[in-house]
Design a protein around this ligand. Structure first.
Ligand code: FAD
Length: 472
């Protein structure tokens, strides 16, 4: 997007002056934490991390075998991290979008698309069966073009989707503006039912409750500091206890991985979001949006946005920030420069909402890997399995990731474990300082490509050639 003038910048800054730096979804009363692990304990299956991946793994393990003794160890409170603070787009895509999937797994994309739809249906069914009150709305999503080069790229998508059994619809400028009113839209692509909007924190807390009802034992405020082998068991050590388990699922996302070998595969990258005050009835009418679709634009650096239950707008994305050495620190949740940029872009997209103020601004960390979609593996003689690397599209894919991890632990030959996507890992990142320099160079090259009608320069073309380019 073009840089705004000084007036636009100060209006955007003014809209941010009252923000609370807390994720909108996590504000308000939280359930009491389950007691921390104290002393020695045993389990059939231990799960490290109580975000969506860990919670789905625990619930699914109990569903597969109700007699299994399942224990979850969580460093803080279930769902406090990415799972409780994301945009709430629960997508059927397992590959971070169609083009990224077609570029990396062309031979099995039709299967991955089908599995992704089945996965989204299964999430919807669990939400209904378990009575999870998470404002599930299967609205679909519209990806909009805000520059002519994006129109050309989006127009190709419906045919690409058809080639792998999917269905996307092209919307011309008037059709897309009829649905959501922004003067920046030049066209768009509608995915009618491949995406649901959820309240992410209520989904995480609902899954936590479902786990507890199923008999999963959970210990919060119990960071695992080491993982070791003890005879035929895996020993997980926390500050005040030790859990010995026959099998382990690691669901630690972007946090320091307990297996050294994973350090080169995942880098922590910050993603940021704002939420506005509730729209008044005239403001709401001025933007249309009666279908309440999830929205995203088609830039390489893209925004995602949606309505909340009480008709606020959540507006996030665009910047993706990596800190040297893979620093993970709560202080990085605040990024005024990015908040200001997001507020400016919001004002350009919806000028009719001038004067609307933001109430919440926050960030969270995502587990970026070089293929931008999850990967799996086993360690310690097959006793440990992990599912990581969702790269910012894990609300839906985390359930699939958990099923794969359980199949790997069971040693079963299943449709999931036979997938190329499951059998192969992404390319590792180089060590620092090359890692930081490479990520920074890529971030700048991507921003330049957006500013130059999508034309990718030599650096991005090289990454594309070696399979490290991003195209969602
Ligand atoms: C701002 C933002 C917006 C996003 N928007 C979307 C979106 O709209 N749609 C989408 O699909 N995805 C989105 N994502 C990504 C999505 O939220 C994640 O992919 C998903 O939540 C990953 O779930 P997870 O369980 O793997 O990880 P997390 O939710 O990060 O959970 C990992 C858990 O592991 C725990 N843990 C880590 N190490 C240890 C340890 N040693 N011992 C014990 N516990 C440990 C952590 O405390 C944490 O609770 C967004 C992410 C962010 C940050």
């Amino acid at each position: 997007m073009p840089a705004p003038d000084a007036g636009g910048r100060s209006a955007a800054a003014g809209a941010l002056t009252d923000v609370r730096h807390v994720p909108y979804w996590l504000e308000g009363p939280a359930p009491d934490d389950q007691a921390a692990l104290a002393g020695p304990a045993t389990a059939d299956l231990a799960i490290v991390g109580a975000g969506y991946t860990g919670l789905w793994a625990a619930l699914s393990a109990k569903t597969r075998d109700p007699g299994r003794d399942v224990v979850v160890l969580e460093a803080r409170s279930a769902g406090w991290a990415a799972s409780g603070r994301n945009g709430g787009f629960c997508s059927s895509s397992l590959t971070h979008g169609l083009r990224n999937g077609l570029g990396r797994f062309p031979g099995e994309m039709a299967t991955l698309e089908r599995l992704g739809r089945e996965n989204l249906d299964a999430i919807e069914k669990t939400v209904a069966d378990q009575g999870i009150d998470c404002s599930w709305e299967r609205t679909g999503e519209i990806t909009v073009a805000t520059a002519p080069w994006q129109v050309a790229e989006l127009r190709e998508l419906p045919a690409l989707a058809r080639s792998v059994g999917g269905s996307l619809e092209w919307l011309g400028q008037d059709e897309v503006r009829d649905r959501v009113a922004s003067p920046t839209y030049l066209g768009g692509v509608l995915d009618r039912d491949g995406v649901a909007m959820v309240d992410p924190a209520r989904l995480a807390r609902g899954l936590r409750d479902a786990c507890l009802r199923a008999g999963v034992r959970m210990h919060e405020n119990s960071p695992v500091v080491s993982l070791g082998q003890h005879g035929s068991a895996v020993a997980l050590t926390t500050a005040y206890g030790e859990l010995r388990a026959r099998q382990v699922v690691l669901a630690t996302n972007a946090f320091h991985p307990l297996l050294r070998r994973l350090r080169s595969y995942v880098v922590p990258v910050w993603d940021y979001a704002l939420v506005t005050e509730p729209l008044s009835a005239p403001q709401r009418r001025s933007i249309g949006w009666s279908g309440r679709h999830g929205m995203a634009d088609a830039g390489n650096l893209f925004h995602y946005y949606r309505l909340t239950d009480d008709d606020r707008v959540l507006w996030g994305g665009y910047d993706a920030v990596y800190h040297y050495g893979g620093r993970v620190d709560d202080r990085l949740d605040r990024n005024p420069e990015t908040f200001l940029r997001l507020a400016e872009h919001f004002a350009e997209t919806f000028p009719q909402l001038e004067g609307l103020r933001f109430t919440h601004a926050w960030g969270g960390v995502i587990d970026t890997c070089s293929r931008f979609s999850a990967f799996w593996g086993r360690a310690m003689g097959g006793r440990v399995a992990y599912s990581l690397g969702y790269t910012g599209l894990g609300v839906g894919a985390s359930r699939f990731g958990a099923q794969v991890a359980l199949d790997l632990l069971a040693g079963h030959d299943t449709e999931l474990t036979r997938l190329q996507m499951v059998r192969h890992k992404p390319l590792p990142f180089p060590p620092e300082p090359v890692r930081w320099a490479g990520i920074e160079l890529t971030r700048r090259a991507v921003a330049r490509a957006d500013a130059r009608e999508g034309r990718r320069g030599p650096w991005l073309r090289t990454l594309d050639a070696i399979g490290l380019g991003f195209d969602s």
